[in-house]
Write a protein of this length. Structure first.
Ligand code: SAM
Length: 460
């Protein structure tokens, strides 16, 4: 307990009685549970013997932490390693999101992509997800994880919440704000966050959260819901902050039904329902979530755009339609040198997003135009709508797949015989591309995504 700042200890005393306080702090001495969530769009065998996460679908606890990097399936987007408590977002969406409708959802603070991949798994194919991350380097990691997840109804942007609020008024039905916070709930999992904690940091976070909420509120349609979450216990970043926000913005707080055995703490102060996860009660880290429904009722608004940088693709690229399992569902289009597909029913939304925001990724990017024609892009290999039958596929075993993912030279006999582009697969899932030449194989796995761990360590 001595590691924790005194002010933090004092603050926790206000939340718990003596005995419970002891239980809370001793839970922080235990090992963090490890959990993951399977991708419903990528066929893989899900374990049957593992303990399920009670409030989430296709999600399980592992008995210990494996070396995830050494499993090609994680690189293929077959599953996402995610802290269990934060998967509670699923309940908020299922109980209040009206998921059967065609929805526009914004995940505002999205990197590295845990909540976005969860949202994407729950949305129907007519819906759209915009995953935004304000910090550039983190937006790229987010885009990588979104590409691996493999859906074509997701766009990734790198914008400040204020810009999104300004250009997209009442555009979204649902906004998720998984706010940057003081991270008290992560003290067990990420010990370094203890050293970064201070009362000033908490105040700074609370102010920033207020700003984010005010800035993005305009982008939510009346009647739409904003799901606010943090990984901190601090009331000034949670309940108090939302009640302060209510002084300026009109909303109703929505209740989430939780079976008793989940051991989630429901609070209700001044008609604000909120849900708290504590590590001594539920199997996961500290987490806070509350659902706010904006007063009023109206449909979403789609702004008009005069100029767009997303054009219908040139005739020469029509043959790329053959790369789609269901070509009639898509508009083939071009943005700079990139050829991509956008679901037909999202064409108008895509134009709006691509014109008004700083889009890092969106739709399904298939190929890049070059002097010789075009080359397939990494995202195409990972896309769930790819017609694998249009390609020569090279199926690799574990060790060769790791060699490929390290971007090392692939032995020529591991490729199929014919020269040209080949799709690399592991257990039937696409990983990336190679180009087979007469006497060598060029590895096109992206440099920024490659495994940096040595082969010896990977094999341990
Ligand atoms: N939702 C993510 C997930 O589930 O993987 C985790 C998000 S993390 C708790 C908060 C994110 O907010 C960080 O990626 C951080 O870079 C971003 N952020 C920091 N300052 C921000 C700001 N002023 N506005 C919006 N987002 C911000």
């Amino acid at each position: 307990m001595s590691n924790f700042p005194k002010t933090f200890l004092d603050q926790m005393q206000e939340l718990f009685e003596v005995e419970e306080l002891k239980a809370f702090f001793s839970s922080l001495e235990t090992v963090s549970p490890v959990s993951l969530r399977y991708n419903p769009y990528k066929k893989t065998e899900m374990p049957t013997e593992l303990e399920p996460v009670p409030w989430a679908s296709r999600a399980f606890y592992l008995k210990e932490r494996p070396n995830f990097t050494a499993d090609p399936l994680i690189h293929a987007g077959a599953y996402y390693v995610q802290e269990a408590s934060s998967m509670f977002l699923e309940q908020a969406l299922k109980q209040h999101g009206k998921l059967e409708r065609q929805l526009r959802v914004l995940d505002l603070c999205a990197a590295p992509g845990g909540k976005s991949t969860l949202i994407s798994a729950l949305l129907n194919e007519k819906s759209l997800l915009l995953s935004n991350e304000v910090i550039k380097s983190r937006a790229h990691i987010l885009a990588e994880n979104i590409q691996k997840w493999g859906q074509d109804n997701v766009w990734v942007s790198q914008n400040d919440p204020l810009e999104i609020g300004k250009v997209l008024p009442a555009f979204f039905d649902i906004i998720v704000v998984d706010a940057p916070c003081s991270g008290e709930g992560m003290f067990r999992k990420a010990e370094h966050s203890i050293g970064e904690w201070s009362l000033q940091a908490v105040q700074h976070c609370a102010l920033r959260q207020q700003r984010i909420l005010h800035d993005i509120w305009k982008a939510l349609r009346p009647g739409g819901i904003l799901i606010y979450s943090t990984c901190t216990y601090n009331v000034s970043e949670n309940e108090k902050n939302l009640l302060k926000f209510k002084e300026d913005c009109d909303f109703k707080s929505l209740k989430i039904m939780c079976p008793k055995e989940w051991k989630i703490t429901e609070t209700n102060q001044d008609d604000l329902y909120a849900y708290r996860f504590y590590p001594h009660k539920s199997k996961g880290e500290g987490f806070f979530l509350s659902v706010l429904q904006k007063a009023g009722e109206s449909a979403v608004i789609t702004p008009r755009v005069k100029k767009t940088n997303l054009n219908k693709a040139a005739k020469e690229t029509e043959q790329l339609k053959n790369w789609c399992s269901d070509p009639d569902k898509y508009q083939l289009c071009q943005k700079n040198e990139t050829i991509k597909v956008v679901p037909l029913h999202l064409w108008q939304e895509a134009q709006v997003l691509e014109s008004l925001l700083n889009i890092v990724y969106g739709g399904a990017e298939l190929a890049e135009l070059n002097r010789k024609g075009f080359s397939p892009l990494p995202a195409a290999a990972l896309w769930t709508g790819l017609n694998q039958g249009a390609f020569t596929c090279a199926d690799l075993e574990l060790e060769t797949a790791l060699t490929y993912l390290r971007q090392d030279n692939l032995p020529i006999d591991k490729a199929e015989q014919n020269d040209g582009w080949q799709l690399i697969r592991y257990k039937g899932l696409g990983l990336g591309w190679i180009k087979k030449l007469q006497n060598r194989v060029n590895n096109y796995f992206p440099k920024e995504w490659r495994i940096r761990m040595s082969m010896d360590k990977l094999k341990q």
